[in-house]
Design a binder for this molecule. Structure first.
Ligand SMILES: Cc1ncc(COP(=O)(O)O)c(C=O)c1O
Length: 430
């Protein structure tokens, strides 16, 4: 079954209406002061997305196809990316970026032994794919105010083998792309942006992901918009996009924009099964793309809600600044607030564990900031890497910071409740 026949249209309409009615009946309750809960995340999707997924499944065309291409194009149009290569997670997007840049098929690529400068405050799968492709991560410290990689530390870390920089826009706070772009230009370094926490963020009015050679995004359930699991690599380089399409799918050429470019060189091999590179299977499904296409037009409203909450929390917590730091938005940037991080300053008369216990007991979920200092994680210890300086700011965040929810479902009563709980916790100290 590939098309909806007129006879099938009515039952389909009925299914849609039932799904919508179910969602209405089970809509997440607004904040309830009698049973307060402020979760790290609440679903961004509902009946529209489920119906799009159901429709896709009912066509029985479920593996990567035209819906993925449509989503890639819509995503590109929304942010001004020339090429998008959708895949099955933000981690896969980073893997694809590292694989493509080290592929023999990439022009001006990287090679085993080259160093890539990364922020100490990274996610595991920001760094692991570099190691998996023979690249050597060089871990540098953050600016404790913005929580982003410190450009001065990047400069200090550059050595004879340094070939690339891979910043993370931490929690959606865009990095200082003027400084980082300038460093990359002066030293001839490739820029790769991990934007997995930063959908909707901009620097100088330009969406993140448009500054580097490749940008990567995640559509995991708890992110600004979702395809349940999912990710995308974006680039302006058509050749590199084709390398990523090859690597996404077994190493074959079928999904490239111009397969003849590869196939004509191998007339003796069936072009449907021509493998020109060491590929993976990182493909998304048509259901993920269908869901993404419904979510994408809603993204701006989700991000606007996050910004509204963040403004409220920034104001509400300003009085505690001597002991509690909130994340400072980068000058010239527009933050998209993946969550709301707070850091207990040195010398505070309480520890982060007490603050966490208080918030959790009050029904406010918390979590650490990304991986903390990635250089302290056991997984990196036996792998080649280098550190720049003592990474004390990232270590401080690892040991003294937490974040709580700042998403589209944190409504005004929930925000006020969070502020009240901070006030109750701080009372003995102010
Ligand atoms: C900075 C960063 N990079 C990469 C990822 C990986 O994304 P995913 O969970 O979709 O694999 C995450 C996950 O949240 C992240 O925070």
């Amino acid at each position: 079954m590939t098309q909806t026949s007129p006879e099938a249209a009515q039952p389909l309409q009925d299914i849609h209406e039932r799904v919508a009615a179910y969602f209405e009946a089970h809509a997440p309750a607004a904040f309830d002061p009698a049973n307060p809960k402020v979760r790290l995340h609440e679903p961004t999707f509902g009946a529209d997305e489920i119906n799009a997924v159901l429709d896709t499944m009912l066509t029985t065309w479920v593996t990567m196809g035209k819906r993925v291409i449509e989503f890639e194009k819509a995503y590109g149009r929304a942010f001004g990316f020339a090429h998008g290569v959708m895949n099955n997670s933000g981690s896969s997007a980073n893997l694809l970026a590292a694989a493509a840049l080290t592929s023999p098929g990439a022009e001006d690529g990287l090679k085993a032994g080259d160093e890539v400068i990364v922020s100490a405050l990274s996610w595991s799968t920001t760094v692991w794919p570099l190691v998996q492709h023979g690249l050597v991560p060089v871990i540098v410290d953050i600016d404790p105010a913005t929580l982003n990689i410190d450009p001065a530390e990047i400069e200090r870390a550059i050595g004879p083998k340094t070939r690339a920089v891979m910043p993370v826009h931490v929690y959606g706070n865009p990095c200082d792309m003027t400084a980082i772009g300038g460093i990359c230009e002066r030293h001839g370094l490739t820029l790769i942006e991990d934007c997995c926490e930063a959908l909707g963020a901009e620097y100088g009015g330009k969406p993140v992901g448009r500054f580097g050679r490749i940008g990567t995004f995640s559509f995991y359930f708890s992110h600004h918009m979702t395809t349940v699991e999912g990710g995308i690599c974006v680039t302006d380089d058509g050749g590199l996009a084709d390398v990523m399409r090859i690597l996404r799918s077994h190493g074959w050429t079928r999904d490239t924009e111009d397969p003849a470019r590869f196939n004509d060189r191998h007339p003796d091999i069936d072009p449907r099964f021509l493998f020109v590179d060491l590929g993976y299977n990182l493909r998304p499904t048509e259901m993920q793309a269908a869901m993404g296409s419904v979510q994408l037009p809603k993204l701006a409203s989700f991000v606007a809600a996050r910004r509204e909450s963040a403004r409220f929390f920034t104001d509400a917590l300003a009085a505690y600044d001597p002991v509690l730091a909130v994340q400072r938005e980068t000058d010239g940037g527009s933050h998209s607030w993946f969550g709301f991080p707070v850091t207990v300053r040195d010398g505070a008369p309480f520890g982060v564990a007490e603050l966490r216990r208080h918030l959790e007991a009050a029904g406010i979920e918390t979590r650490p900031i990304i991986c903390g200092n990635i250089a302290k994680q056991p997984g990196l210890q036996s792998q080649p890497h280098r550190t720049q300086g003592d990474l004390r700011h990232a270590s401080h965040v690892m040991d003294h910071a937490i974040s709580f929810g700042c998403h589209q479902s944190v409504d005004a009563p929930a925000r006020r409740y969070v502020a009240e709980q901070f006030a109750a916790f701080m009372k003995p100290y102010v």
